[in-house]
Write a protein that binds this ligand. Structure first.
Ligand code: GTP
Ligand code: MG
Length: 503
């Protein structure tokens, strides 16, 4: 390439010279598989078992629901990975080509832009092959993309340039029919980089990027292109007012590009996407380039020299993405289908379980008192009659046995009523410390004190068992939570490693 070659010549020559040598990804793929195996084993080993809770209780039900999700998730992963195979097959069709997704709202000028770039490749004697997708198949066509004022592109279509670069002209994702949606998604999945076309009439409508969220999270380079960067002006020629199109001024373009750059960056930050992959926006006018016969000067004035320079810059990370794509695709599965899904479905449920556990503890506090009161009301009034019944024999053992039995029965009943969600075992009650050799009033008072004392300690022990069961469950839940967070961090580490080792 001559030193004074235009960016256009350089770009086309670069594309022509693309050579794809996929990286040897075996080790990193192996590490990802090991990560998944570890997660599956951890998830299985850390199911939320809770021996102190009855199955039908509220907390146990919540825990069982979490276990269910864990189990279903592990089963779903293999299914989802399998489901990605059609996308993989499509991607294989483009194995040796770079796929750039040309994305933007309807009327953004996507089809016009692609047609012009295709014309330039043709002008340099390179092969230009248009195709569209029909019923999942690629159909070759001699026709260029249709351009129009009304929404024109309703199907996925593409153009292969020099047999090495594919521009995929997408219908704005919102205008895709449901039947087409899956295919569109598959095509989008296969893209190695994204050109986001935004019209200079209202550039930088960054909410459009929401539709690209998945691709951008997948670390694909993004180049914003401000299209239709021209204005109509009126001029008087031979006494007649004529309207003609002219390129926007360099200042105007710079302003718009800076504005788009700022907004796009803010948006990516808000979306949690790495802004390092955002290229500086460039402005072009496909119309003026064409209207002025695509001369070198016209192309430069219309912004295409700068565009080609940006494309040359964007091709590097795009190729890098492509070389590690096999691992990227597996990583996306691990991030999206495995980790994100787990975090979404399980972490929030664990949070909910934790707050239910807090509430349950507060309820136990109240119920402990209610149980004690109810037992007291049941046992205490019967005491005089009990003492009377044994007054002649002064059989203190019989009195105390009867009292013990009555307290244990009553506590068991109330515990079953109030602590029904928990497995609680009631201890025995003993009155060894009560001295029967005293007069009736003192004995009565002594027993009242002893009864109160026993009830309080029995209910406290029952409540303590409930609390211990809750504590055990929340500890297990916290452990599961921490484990998922660790897996998430480990996966992020793998993602960093993939992208730094194979940059
Ligand atoms: N002024 C001006 N108009 C343009 C330019 N490029 C495209 N247009 C016009 O914008 C309209 C839409 O152009 P298309 O290329 O069909 O846009 P698209 O993004 O493919 O639209 P859909 O397929 O409907 O999503 C047409 O009327 C074009 O003539 C340009 O550089 N300058
Ligand atoms: Mg179109």
């Amino acid at each position: 390439m001559k030193a004074d070659a235009s960016h256009e010549q350089r770009f086309i020559a670069d594309v022509d010279a693309f050579e794809f040598i996929a990286h040897d990804l075996e080790r990193i793929l192996h590490a990802m598989e090991a990560w998944l195996a570890q997660l599956s084993a951890d998830v299985h080993a850390n199911r939320l078992v809770c021996p102190g809770l009855k199955k039908q209780g509220a907390l146990a039900t919540q825990a069982a629901a979490i276990n269910d999700v864990l189990e279903q998730s592990v089963l779903a992963w293999a299914r989802q990975w399998h489901g990605l195979q059609p996308a993989q097959a499509l991607a294989d069709t483009f194995d040796d080509k770079v796929l750039l997704l040309v994305f933007g709202k309807f009327n953004a000028g996507k089809s016009s832009f692609c047609n012009l770039i295709a014309d330039r490749f043709a002008a340099h004697g390179k092969a230009v092959e248009y195709f569209y997708l029909d019923d999942g198949h690629i159909v070759e066509t001699p026709e260029r993309f249709r351009e129009g004022v009304t929404e024109t592109t309703a199907r996925m279509q593409g153009v292969r340039l020099a047999g090495k670069l594919v521009l995929v002209d997408t219908p704005g994702l919102h205008s895709v029919t449901p039947e087409n949606a899956e295919l569109t998604q598959r095509f989008t999945d296969s893209a190695d980089g994204v050109l986001w076309l935004t019209s200079s009439t209202s550039p930088g409508q960054v909410q459009e990027l929401d539709e690209l969220g998945r691709e951008l999270h997948r670390n694909k380079p993004l180049l914003p292109v401000v299209t239709r960067s021209d204005v109509y002006e009126e001029d008087e020629i031979d006494g007649e007012i004529r309207k003609f199109l002219r390129n926007k001024t360099a200042e105007n373009r710079a302003d718009q590009e800076a504005d788009v750059a700022t907004r796009a960056k803010e948006k990516l930050v808000a979306m949690g996407v790495n802004t390092g992959l955002l290229e500086a926006p460039v402005s072009v006018s496909a119309h003026l380039a064409r209207e002025q016969q695509q001369t070198q000067a016209a192309m430069a004035d219309a912004g295409f020299e700068r565009l080609y320079a940006a494309l040359i810059a964007v091709i590097e990370p795009t190729l890098a993405y492509k070389r590690r794509k096999q691992a990227e695709v597996f990583l996306h599965h691990l991030e999206e289908n495995v980790m994100d899904a787990l975090c979404r479905d399980v972490l929030t449920s664990i949070e909910a379980l934790r707050s239910s556990a807090q509430e349950a503890l507060a309820v136990i506090e109240r119920q402990q008192e209610q149980i004690a009161n109810a037992v007291w009301r049941h046992v205490a009034p019967a005491l005089p009659a009990l003492l009377d019944a044994h007054s002649s024999t002064r059989d203190m053992k019989a009195v105390l046995d009867s009292l013990s039995q009555s307290i244990v029965e009553s506590v068991s009943r109330e515990v079953a009523r109030h602590f029904g969600d928990y497995i609680v075992s009631c201890a025995e009650v003993r009155f060894e410390d009560v001295n029967g050799d005293m007069d009736y009033p003192r004995l009565h008072a002594e027993l009242v004190k002893a009864i109160r004392d026993r009830i309080v300690s029995l209910t406290a022990r029952a409540a303590e068992q409930c609390r211990a069961s809750i504590k055990e469950l929340t500890e297990r839940a916290a452990h599961l939570h921490a484990l998922l967070r660790t897996s998430e961090t480990d996966l992020a580490g793998l993602s960093d490693r993939l992208r730094s080792e194979f940059d």
